[in-house]
Write a protein that binds this ligand. Structure first.
Ligand code: FDA
Length: 304
């Protein structure tokens, strides 16, 4: 219910304008977003890199202009160059959304997104790091996986995301559990229909466990993207049994104490760090994950 309401809010231009132009919202946003510019991203990366790994996300999605997609490529090239200059490339990769790179363009969208992502992969390889392709709503799953397969022919370390809430994902995990594959397993953040996705939390969690088992028994590199303590413990146990090399991943601003704790235990812990001015849809998805965030946000709006 909350997710459905917020999913509409995420697409609403008037809610977006209200949130973007209300100063008291900024501190709430700043909890989840590193800042507007590349130097904010580099600063946060430097702060985290002592004990954690990082994945930088230049915020933006659903681009309908080719020039905007090209600007996104340029933004990634810039941040990758800065990671190289700062000696941070061994600790930080980048995450990209195909809808920010042109997939939604009316003509040849998928082809343009593939070409644009290829340019980012080249820039990443040039400084010694790699790219993970985020997963958006279920209408884009096949297209994303096909782009990732094409990229992996030239850049075998290109990773992607699979969402445990989709009914298809256990089978996708089996397909992507081969040598060299890097799969970030998350629960899923979009408002999906019951025809394609599990809707109850207990079902999503059970699916996550099944998917995790497939990945941990496979030959790839599982990236366990969750803040759920039960799943974090289970991942550790499964890896202990199978000997799988893996890493934990969490979002910037969420359960930082647990991130520190896992890193202190010697676990590989990567933080997904978004930055940029297009924070609104990302921010609304973070609100939808936790009712307490919505209450906090609404209080900030009412007190402005
Ligand atoms: P769950 O939602 O059950 O939360 C477990 C606990 O974590 C909560 O009890 C709470 O303590 C804490 N928590 C979770 N979310 C919080 C929030 N927003 N604010 C405060 N506390 C919170 N999704 C997607 O569809 N496509 C993608 O490409 C990605 N990429 C991605 C990368 C990485 C590194 C992560 C960690 C997550 C994603 N996601 C994603 C988001 C993911 O699908 C999911 O929505 C969130 O991770 C929340 O799910 P949890 O697994 O944390 O469990």
């Amino acid at each position: 219910m909350l997710r459905s309401v917020l999913s509409s809010a995420a697409r609403s231009p008037s809610w977006r304008r209200l949130a973007e132009n209300t100063a008291v919202v900024r501190p709430v946003v700043n909890r989840f977003v590193a800042g507007a510019g590349v130097e904010d991203a580099i600063r946060v990366c430097r702060e985290l890199a002592g004990d954690r790994l990082v994945s930088l996300d230049h915020l933006g999605e659903d681009t309908l202009e080719r020039e905007q997609a090209t600007r996104t490529v340029d933004a990634y090239r810039t941040v990758l160059r800065r990671l190289g200059d700062e000696g941070l490339a061994a600790r930080a990769e980048v995450s990209v959304k195909l809808s920010a790179l042109g997939r939604a363009l009316p003509v040849d969208g998928e082809k343009i997104a593939l070409e644009n992502t290829r340019l980012i992969c080249e820039a990443a390889a040039a400084v010694g790091t790699m790219v993970t392709v985020d997963m958006e709503d279920h209408t884009a799953t096949d297209s994303t996986l096909s782009v990732v397969r094409a990229l992996r022919a030239d850049f075998p370390d290109t990773g992607t995301v699979l969402q445990a809430y989709l009914r298809r994902t256990e089978a996708d995990c089996a397909d992507f559990a081969g040598p060299g594959s890097r799969i970030r397993l998350c629960k899923g953040a979009y408002d999906e229909p019951g025809s394609v996705a599990f809707r109850r939390k207990s079902e999503v969690d059970a699916s996550y466990v099944r998917c995790l088992r497939v990945l941990m028994q496979g030959k790839g590199y599982p990236m366990v993207a969750t803040h759920d303590s039960r799943l974090i413990d289970l991942a550790g146990e499964l890896a202990g049994r199978t000997g799988a090399d893996f890493e934990y991943q969490m979002l910037y601003g969420i359960r930082p104490a647990v991130q520190e704790q896992l890193a202190a235990q010697g676990r590989k812990m990567r933080v997904y760090v978004p930055y940029g001015t297009e924070w609104y849809p990302y921010f609304v998805r973070r609100l939808a994950e936790r009712p307490a965030n919505v209450a906090f946000f609404l209080r900030a709006l009412m007190n402005r």
